[in-house]
Design a protein around this ligand. Structure first.
Ligand SMILES: [Zn+2]
Length: 138
C-alpha cells in the first residue's frame, strides 16, 4: 500500500479558488475548495512518470483556461508544465507537446472532454515552449 501525503492543490496553488466565477463562485474542482489534495507519495522510480503526469495535468488546465479566455491562468499553468517537462527529458517532452497540438483536454467543470481550436492549441503549445526556453536560460 502506498503512503499518502497532503500537498498544496496543484490546480489552484492552494487558494481553493480559480479565476472562474461564473460557476460555483470560482471554487476549485480539483480540491473542492480545500486548497490541499491527498496524493500517493512517489517513489524515486515513479518520479519521472509523475512529472510527466503533472505536465499533462497542467497542460490540460492551461487548455481549459485558454478555452474560456483566461490566458493569464493558461500562461501560469504552461509555465508549470514546462518546468515538469524539463524533468522528464527531451524525448518524453516531445511526445507530450505533440499531444497538445491535437487540442484535447479534460474539462473538469463540465466533466467531459473539451477541444481547443487549432489556433488556441498552437498558442498554448507556444506558451509552454517559450516558458521552457525562459526557464532553461535562467
Ligand atoms: Zn484546488
Amino acid at each position: 500500500m502506498s503512503k499518502k501525503q497532503t500537498i498544496k492543490c496543484p490546480k489552484c496553488d492552494g487558494r481553493g479558488k480559480i479565476n472562474f466565477s461564473s460557476l460555483a463562485a470560482g471554487k476549485c474542482f480539483t480540491c473542492y475548495g480545500a486548497g490541499v489534495v491527498s496524493v500517493d507519495a512517489p517513489s524515486a522510480r515513479d518520479a519521472i512518470l509523475g512529472a510527466q503526469m503533472n505536465a499533462r495535468l497542467c497542460i490540460s488546465w492551461a487548455m481549459e483556461a485558454a478555452d474560456r479566455g483566461d490566458m493569464r491562468y493558461a500562461a501560469h499553468k504552461a509555465e508549470q508544465a514546462a518546468s515538469y517537462l524539463h524533468s522528464v527529458g527531451t524525448e518524453r517532452a516531445r511526445v507530450v507537446l505533440a499531444e497538445v497540438a491535437a487540442g484535447y483536454y479534460h474539462d473538469e467543470t463540465q466533466g467531459k472532454k473539451g477541444r481547443l481550436s487549432p489556433e488556441l492549441a498552437r498558442q498554448v503549445r507556444a506558451m509552454i515552449i517559450e516558458a521552457g526556453r525562459a526557464q532553461a536560460a535562467a
